[in-house]
Design a protein around this ligand. Structure first.
Ligand SMILES: Cc1cc2nc3c(=O)[nH]c(=O)nc-3n(C[C@H](O)[C@H](O)[C@H](O)COP(=O)(O)OP(=O)(O)OC[C@H]3O[C@@H](n4cnc5c(N)ncnc54)[C@H](O)[C@@H]3O)c2cc1C
Ligand code: FES
Ligand code: FES
Length: 486
């Protein structure tokens, strides 16, 4: 079954669109076509959060709202969603929403440009967590920039929202059953195939459908969250249609566990992957919570972070260190490759036209195995890594039985430090062994100087991360472990 119109709910209204350019962003559509100008455009690249809106989606029958950056969310990815903008918040007679009331009372707004986005991010937090800690609020606001007030009054507002109302009385919460029914009614299982040529939008409903479509149209661009692709449009003005939107393919959103591995469908977002990843690999929590801001983690997928081939993506180093595999699929043919072998050269991955990443398979830690990962960036939050080092270690009676070290930001691809590893395997896990192995970094890496860091800085920092890992694993660095990632 095929459908040629895009259907979703905007605030209270059902919307059907028969003609939308494939590269149309939600923010442009809201502001230019709907004249809903509450959502602002600050950066148009996912950084400032001024454009934050909520997207409600059904996952296994449960309706959940998350903040996203409308400036890089593409319209084709919104089929079947409930879009909530700042205009939907005030009540009858213009009564302010509890989040808005709290912002007013704490003077959380000055020029007001960031305010709609901040209100939407705090709204998303409050619905799930009505009594947040300061840390919860800071995490929720990582993706929202305010240049006027400073964050103190905004954080104060966030902590007192519940004194102005209860989430249970909030329309999005109180009317959840009715909205769920409306969204269920939009789900007809049909392939969305709309427009033609570069403006063609395809939204497959199953992984088999996606495989057939992409094999037949290898020239198409796959889009999950659009946190990379959106910028090709807003910053580089690239015309990238036709686009196949994969965010709602159920199999690609599946998370399964076996005794030996965690299986992540390629469209699983950072936000959805967080709980199982942090449960299995607690040392990855600081890294996970520093990938983009909350909006980027709601939109972006681990599988896309792998597929984009970036040398500074944050998930490849720990996944390579863990020995992860990926499953690639072309039509009905699947192949399983080691993630580290997927990266061939800058911008070149072991992926054929029409082939896509279907699944990421992450081995769990066995007895005696340890993992750590350290991200170094100029800003703590919402910043791309200057470098990122990940370490997986297996000790046997104080000696290194096995070791995998992988870095991002040190080479043209995410890359293992094989020469360093060789210097250490079989040796006593000691200061002396670490110091002796440091010279091998120059064999493994000839990093570049760029706006994020100089080559010299990268080499020194990479070596120091190995020292840090040694301290953390021997106990001497426990008091430093928080700083190590900050
Ligand atoms: C403000 C901001 C902050 C960011 N911060 C970070 C950060 O801290 N760390 C970090 O690593 N990244 C960061 N990113 C980059 C980006 O969020 C990640 O790379 C993210 O994982 C991309 O996921 P996505 O679903 O949005 O990808 P999309 O933009 O939808 O796609 C990215 C690429 O992958 C391809 N692709 C997607 N899915 C598949 C698939 N299944 N098979 C084959 N190809 C596929 C697409 O065609 C495209 O080429 C940031 C981005 C923004 C805008
Ligand atoms: S306009 Fe800055 S994040 Fe969207
Ligand atoms: S109030 Fe002016 S940018 Fe935040």
């Amino acid at each position: 079954m095929t459908r040629s119109s895009l259907r979703f709910i905007l605030n209270a209204d059902d919307v059907t669109l028969n003609d939308v350019p494939a590269t149309r962003t939600l923010l442009d559509w809201l502001r230019l076509e709907q004249r809903l100008k509450g959502s602002k455009e600050g950066c148009a690249e996912g950084d400032c959060g001024a454009c934050t809106v909520l997207i409600g989606r059904l996952r296994d029958g449960v309706l959940r709202y998350q903040g996203v950056n409308a400036c890089i969310a593409l319209m084709g990815g919104l089929d079947g969603a409930h879009i909530v903008t700042i205009e939907h918040l005030s009540g009858p007679g213009g009564k302010l929403h509890p989040v808005q009331q709290a912002m007013v009372e704490t003077h959380g707004s000055q020029c007001g440009f960031c305010t709609p986005g901040i209100v939407m991010s705090l709204y998303a937090l409050w619905m799930e967590n009505p009594k947040p800690t300061q840390f919860d609020v800071e995490t929720a606001l990582q993706g929202n920039l305010c240049r006027c007030t400073g964050y103190s009054p905004i954080i104060k507002a966030a902590m007192q929202i519940s004194s102005h109302g209860e989430p249970g009385a909030d329309p999005l919460v109180a009317e959840r059953a009715a909205m769920t029914a409306r969204l269920e009614a939009l789900k007809d299982g049909a392939l969305l195939d709309m427009g033609a040529g570069r403006d063609r939008i395809l939204v497959p409903q199953s992984v088999d459908q996606l495989a057939a479509l992409y094999a037949a149209h290898p020239e198409a661009t796959l889009v999950r969250g659009g946190t990379d692709v959106g910028l090709w449009i807003t910053k580089f003005m690239r015309d990238i249609g036709p686009i196949i939107f994969i965010g709602e393919v159920p199999e690609l959103n599946r998370i399964t566990r076996t005794p030996d591995a965690l299986h992540l469908g390629a469209a699983v977002s950072y936000a959805d992957a967080r709980a199982p990843m942090v449960e299995l690999f607690p040392s990855l929590q600081p890294l996970w919570d520093r990938i983009g801001g909350a909006q980027v983690r709601n939109m972006g997928a681990v599988g896309a972070n792998i597929a984009n081939g970036s040398p500074i993506g944050d998930s490849p180093p720990p996944l390579i260190a863990l020995g992860a595999d990926i499953v690639l699929r072309h039509g009905d043919v699947r192949r399983r490759v080691k993630l580290e072998d997927f990266y061939i050269a800058y911008g070149k991955q072991d992926r054929q036209p029409g082939e896509f990443v279907e699944e990421v398979i992450v081995p769990t830690l066995k007895g005696g195995e340890q993992l750590a990962c350290y991200k170094i960036s100029k800003r703590r939050d919402e910043d791309i890594s200057s470098l990122c080092g990940a370490f997986w270690l297996k000790l046997d009676a104080g000696r290194v039985a096995d070791l995998r070290i992988a870095y991002g930001g040190m080479a043209a691809t995410p890359k293992r430090a094989r020469a360093v590893e060789q210097m250490l395997v079989g040796k006593v896990w000691s200061d002396a062994s670490i110091e002796a192995a440091l010279s091998a970094y120059a064999t493994d890496y000839q990093p570049l100087t760029d706006m994020r860091a100089s080559a010299e800085y990268r080499l020194v920092a990479a070596r120091n991360l190995l020292r840090r890992f040694h301290l953390d694993t021997t106990g001497d660095g426990s008091s430093l472990s928080r700083e190590a990632v900050a």
